[in-house]
Write a protein that binds this ligand. Structure first.
Ligand code: NAD
Length: 337
C-alpha cells in the first residue's frame, strides 16, 4: 500500500510512520509536512537516509498545485491527514493560522484527493470538538459538536468538511477522534513534556486554575493502532472515537510525574485558568472496540514511565527542540548535500 501522511514530522505522525513501516513491510510512506515550529524533520532523519520505503516532501496541505502534482503522479492508495495547528494556547493568541491550515488546508487536501481518486482518506481529529463534560457521562460519536476554543472550533470545521465530502461526493472519508496523547517526540509546549522539562531544571510547573480539569490520556502507540485499524477496517463515512480509559486530573498527572523524576511538589505553581478551559473530557470508544477490535494496551502508569524514560534517554532531542537548534541542524544538513 502507498500512503500519503500529512504532518508526519509532528508528534503523532512521527510515531505513526515509525510504527507502520515496522509493522507493514509492503507499505511505502510519503510524508508531506510544512515544517512549522512543531514539525521536526530530525525525528525521521534516520528513515530518510536509510529506508527506501520512506520519502519526505516539504509542503503545505493548502497548496493545491503541489498536492495535485503529488497525488496525480504517485497513485496513493490512502491519505492520512495529521497536519494541523494543534496547540490550544496558541489558538487563543492567534486563531487565524488554525482556520487556514485546519479548515482551508483540510478542504484543499480533500478536494485534491477526491479529484485524484484516492480510495481511502482518514482524517485525524480530537475529542475537543465535542466541547466539555460535567462530572458524569462520556462523548459518543453522535454527541453534538460544541467546540469552545479556536483550536477545537477549527478541528470541528475540518470534521464537518470531511463529512460533507462523504455525504455530497461519496468520497471515502473516515474520521478518528481521539483523547489526549502522550509519548515520545511530543513538542515540549504540551503538558507532559513541558512539566518534565521544567521539573528536571527545577523550574516552576505552571498548572492552570486549581488543576482539577480532567483529560482522558492515551499512549500515542495506542492511538496509532486505532488509526491503523480505521484505515484498514473502518466503514466509509464513519466517525470513530478513541481513548485510553485513563481519566486523570491535570494536577494528578503533574504530581505523578514529579514523583517519577524525584522532584518536590513545591515546584507546582497555580496560574490563572485558560479562558474557555474545558472541564472534563471522557471518550466512549465502544464502537471502535466492536467494529475494529480496538482496545488501549498501555495503562497510564506504564505509559508515563515509558514516556519519561524516553525523554531521559533523548536529552539531545529535547535540547535541540528547546533551543531551536533543530531548525538550524536541518539547514546545515541541506547545505552539506
Ligand atoms: P503536532 O503539532 O505535533 O504536529 C503537527 C504537524 O503538522 C507538524 O509537523 C507541522 O509541521 C505539520 N503542519 C502544520 N501545518 C501544516 C500544513 N499547513 N501543511 C502541512 N503540514 C503542516 O500535532 P500532533 O499532536 O502530532 O497532532 C496531530 C493531529 O492529531 C492533529 O490533527 C491534532 O489535531 C490531532 N490530535 C492530537 C491529539 C494530541 O493529544 N496531540 C489528540 C487528538 C487529536
Amino acid at each position: 500500500m502507498k500512503v500519503l501522511i500529512t504532518g508526519g514530522c509532528g508528534f503523532i505522525g512521527t510515531n505513526f510512520i515509525r510504527l507502520m513501516l515496522e509493522k507493514h513491510p509492503d507499505w511505502s510512506i510519503t510524508n508531506l509536512d510544512k515544517l512549522t515550529y512543531a514539525g521536526n524533520r530530525l525525528n525521521l532523519l534516520d528513515l530518510e537516509e536509510n529506508e527506501a520505503r520512506y520519502s519526505f516532501v516539504r509542503g503545505d496541505i493548502g497548496d493545491r498545485d503541489l498536492l495535485m502534482d503529488l497525488l496525480s503522479g504517485k497513485a496513493f492508495d490512502a491519505v492520512v491527514n495529521f497536519a494541523a495547528e494543534s496547540h490550544v494556547d496558541r489558538s487563543i493568541n492567534d486563531p487565524a493560522p488554525f482556520v487556514t491550515t485546519n479548515i482551508l488546508g483540510t478542504q484543499t487536501l480533500l478536494e485534491c484527493a477526491r479529484q485524484c481518486h484516492v480510495s481511502r482518506f482518514v482524517h485525524i481529529s480530537t475529542d475537543e470538538v465535542y466541547g466539555t463534560l460535567g462530572n458524569v457521562g462520556q462523548f459518543i460519536e453522535t454527541t453534538p459538536l460544541t467546540p469552545n476554543s479556536p483550536y477545537s472550533a477549527s478541528k470541528a470545521g475540518a470534521d464537518l468538511m470531511a463529512r460533507a465530502y462523504f455525504e455530497t461526493y461519496g468520497f471515502p472519508v473516515l474520521i478518528t477522534r481521539c483523547s489526549n496523547n502522550y509519548g515520545p517526540y511530543q513538542f515540549p509546549e504540551k503538558l507532559i513534556p513541558l512539566m518534565y522539562m521544567n521539573a528536571i531544571n527545577d523550574r516552576p510547573l505552571p498548572v492552570y486554575g486549581d488543576g482539577t480539569n480532567i483529560r482522558d490520556w492515551i499512549y500515542v502507540d495506542d492511538h496509532c493502532l486505532g488509526v491503523e485499524l480505521t484505515l484498514l477496517k473502518g466503514r466509509e463515512g464513519q466517525v470513530y472515537n478513541f481513548g485510553g480509559d485513563a481519566e486523570e486530573t491535570n494536577i494528578n498527572v503533574v504530581k505523578t510525574l514529579l514523583s517519577i523524576v524525584g522532584k518536590p511538589e513545591s515546584l507546582i505553581t497555580y496560574v490563572t485558568d485558560r479562558p474557555g478551559h474545558d472541564k472534563r473530557y471522557a471518550m466512549n470508544f465502544a464502537l471502535a472496540a466492536e467494529e475494529l477490535g480496538f482496545a488501549p494496551t498501555v495503562s497510564f502508569a506504564t505509559g508515563l514511565q515509558k514516556t519519561i524514560a524516553w525523554y531521559e534517554s533523548n536529552q539531545q532531542w529535547l535540547n535541540q527542540v528547546q533551543s531551536g537548534e533543530y531548525k538550524n541542524f536541518m539547514d546545515r544538513w541541506y547545505k552539506e548535500r
